[in-house]
Ligand binder design. Structure first.
Ligand code: P5A
Length: 437
């Protein structure tokens, strides 16, 4: 993509309304714009990152045996009256009336919707277990939307739902999601810590939040420092294995959010107890028959008896993750994207637009890289080098390839790794060889 043609409205000044660094940088780097409180438009660069994050979430859900589908954003109120949550949910739910005076709502979550679909379609225990998910926009009329996409009113969530015949089966589904979440966040360069947490309006008595540590996090957390050093299990652990030992290993070390913190249980840690702020990027719940009882969701068991479905739900804040990744990875100059979610891998900087040698060299490199499937943002604008460098650092692509007249005379271009700031002069051919296999 040529920057001269790209829609990338960056800002020089810090926007006054943004209190935390990710919100500031998302506005300044032209990733998104506010529409109204807690509601945002995603501009091309931000949308690319959102899609990358979504892609990693999708791959890891699929690997765990979860099947993707898509449910609507707008739901009928009757469904929520059936479960009893229509009144319970309170003012966070955006209630709408259609032209026929029917009560509708913009879904804050989909437990009712999926339970209805499942109840109406599945008859026998032989159809169990099932794990289903979708990635869909949600609306919660948060009392205090803030920090940009971190606490939005409209936000993108991955929500998965499990259906099992008994509690042991539901626990297996829970454990699969537990492992899938550890792997998902690790691929985004994040260290996530599962912590016991309150289940709130979703319900049930077993739930874990996946937290990443960040000073600007909204949640106060307490944990054993050894939790921070645990290694996420690699491919040697399969989703078909008994995952209970893996989960137990994580949960054997103390970690809890403020609501569940028990100083007595953390006493043995003394001064080593980590007390920090964190961002909740995921939350998994086992709630058994909370929805299947009122919604009469049952299947015929092996002896023909009626068995209520045992269920859980599993959420990831996809849009929140974009902010969370920036909180975890930035410096004074701007964003530092981990490669896995970077909107482009390389920023190609032409230091002297209009100079025939520079243009020829850039066009050549650009053509070869894009031809090999590498995503390149080519700054071909007629701007001062200082402006170009500042913009590249601000938008945080992992690599910068700088082409200038002086370097070309010596047969070199400059390659800079955004994260460490290291620069190397090398021939255009060897620069290319680093990215084109
Ligand atoms: C689990 C999936 C649920 O809603 N039902 C379906 C369950 N859980 S949750 O914890 O309430 O939300 C799941 C994740 O969504 C993100 N999230 C938000 N992101 C941005 N703005 C918000 N206002 C917001 N509220 C929740 C969080 O990452 C949360 O873990």
């Amino acid at each position: 993509m040529r920057l001269s043609r790209y829609f990338l409205p960056t800002l020089k000044e810090n926007p006054a309304e943004a209190q935390i660094v990710s919100h500031r940088l998302m506005l300044r780097a032209g990733l998104m714009r506010q529409s109204s409180a807690g509601i945002y438009s995603w501009l091309p660069l931000g949308f690319k990152v959102l899609k990358k994050v979504e892609g990693i979430v999708r791959e890891e859900q699929d690997r765990a045996g979860c099947q993707e589908m898509l449910m609507p954003t707008v739901q009928p109120a009757e469904l929520w009256r059936e479960s009893g949550r229509y009144d319970d949910y309170g003012p966070e739910m955006l209630r709408i009336r259609d032209r026929h005076d029917r009560d509708m709502l913009y879904g804050p979550t989909n437990e009712e919707q999926i339970t209805q679909i499942f109840r109406d379609s599945v008859r026998s225990y032989k159809d169990l277990p099932k794990l289903l998910y979708h990635i869909q926009w949600k609306f919660r009329d948060e009392i205090r939307p803030r920090f940009g996409v971190m606490r939005g009113r409209e936000f993108l969530m991955k929500d998965a739902y499990s259906f099992d015949l008994d509690a042991a089966g539901a626990r297996r589904a829970y454990n699969k999601m537990f492992l899938a979440y550890l792997r998902t966040f690790e691929r985004m360069g994040l260290k996530s810590i599962p912590m016991s947490a309150e289940s709130g309006p979703i319900g049930g008595d077993l739930s874990h939040e996946f937290i990443i540590l960040a000073e600007t996090g909204e949640t106060q957390v307490y944990c054993d420092p050894a939790r921070l050093d645990l290694k996420v299990p690699g491919p040697e652990v399969s989703y078909d294995d008994d995952l209970q030992p893996v989960v137990d290993q994580w949960l054997s070390l103390y970690a809890a959010t403020e609501d569940k913190h028990d100083p007595e249980r953390a006493k043995h840690l003394g001064d080593s107890l980590v007390m920090a702020r964190g961002i909740e990027v995921g939350h998994i719940f086992y709630f058994g028959t909370k929805y299947s009882v009122p919604m009469k969701a049952a299947v015929a068991g092996p002896n023909g008896e009626s068995v209520l479905l045992e269920c859980g739900s599993y959420g990831i804040g996809v849009s929140r993750l974009v902010g969370a990744i920036i909180e975890a990875s930035h410096d004074e100059q701007g964003i530092v994207w981990p490669e896995s979610v970077a909107p482009f891998q390389i920023g190609l900087v032409n230091l002297k637009a209009g100079d025939p040698d520079c243009e020829a060299a850039c066009d050549d490199v650009y053509g070869k890289l894009t031809g090999a499937g590498v995503e390149v943002l080519y700054d071909d604008r007629d701007e001062r080098p200082g402006v170009k460098f500042a913009d590249m650092d601000l938008i945080g692509l992992p690599w910068q390839l700088v082409v200038g007249p002086r370097g070309l005379k010596n047969g070199v271009v400059e390659l800079k790794a955004r994260k460490v700031g290291e620069r190397h002069d090398l021939s255009p051919e060897s620069a290319l060889a680093r990215f084109v296999g």
